[in-house]
Design a binder for this molecule. Sequence first.
Ligand code: FES
Ligand SMILES: [Fe+2]
Length: 397
Amino acid sequence: MSMTTTMTGDAFSGVRKPLLEGAMFPASCYTDPAFLARETERIFRRDWILVGDTGRVAKPGDWWSFDLAGIPLIVARGRDGVIRGFANTCRHRGCKLLNDGQGNSRAFKCGYHGWVYALDGKLTGAPQMEHSKGFDKADYGLHPIRVANWGVFLFVCLDDATPPLAEYLGDYFRLMGEYEPDRLVVTRRVTADLGCNWKVYAENLMEAYHTPYVHTSSIAGNDYDPGMEVLSGKGAGLFGQTEGAPIWLDHGPNHSAIVSRHTGSNALLPTDKGFPPMPRLTGTAAEGSYFTYPFPNLLIAGNVDCLWYVQINPRGTNRCTLTLASCFHEETVARPDFAEIAQAYYRRLDVSTAEDATITEEQQKGLSSPLARPGRLSHMEPVVHAFRQWVLERVGM
Ligand code: FES
Ligand SMILES: [Fe+2]
């Protein structure tokens, strides 16, 4: 299917219908460089994007350089303790300043002609430039980008016109505040390169319809899984009801969430034992789990004993990089048996992620066929539906 066919509003009329009447995105939304370029410009360069966690820059002088949808960036913690963000592009002739990675430095020095930048982005050294007329170092600091954190979770925004993070995510903070985000600690991060479009993996995370089929021998045994309940009929019809129902949805302008009341933890394989609940949990957080989706590119899952996030970074139409990070309350991390018991949580994430990776790469292969045609959605895919409406609105289709 060519882009001239798919880039018209008509191609999306089925997507815009209500969930149970709605059609899939045209396959080209997952394969066409022009669609990805539009997403990069209108989503990844405009919205607040979760890039990681503050554990990347825990101490003054810590820096982390990475790319976001192909744009090289730096996040650094200054001597004053403030976390700042910059374009990872030298202001002399545009060389990438730092290789991707992490470190601790007093300053950043460009490898091309030796310009030096302080941790706050100011240009402090520019060899030979005293001969250039009217050159003032104060005019050539690193290009700043907006950085904000919600507890341990770290976001950047490349557009100065976008509202502040708290406004952007709005009610999301109320929804998740019970987890004491300032007292969470990231204890493990894993990255994985996948052969699928970023939305393919995002949508996989947004539904439990696939759980009995893809996770047959792992988390499908969690009988408190909302997907299992709905599939078996126990919870049928509950999706979409209001707060207080055993399973309910929460939608804001830039997030969706599946909230469910159940016993046990979704963060473990059914056969594993874990930690007791986090201290001071109240409300639904104490009684079940939250699968939340601050759009566009992440999952933050909250359980009584653990949180984890999955961040998805586009690497072209048919590639993306996942970062999975496990977060525990600082009081849990302080337990003498923490390292031993935490293995069970890491094992669950690794197993389910490997299973999801295999199936999403197969999905990408199927979507890449010239014979791929849009299908339909089930009642178990309400967040997928909401996410697609959000993407369409953002890309202006
Ligand atoms: S490009 Fe960085 S110093 Fe010349
Ligand atoms: Fe899955």
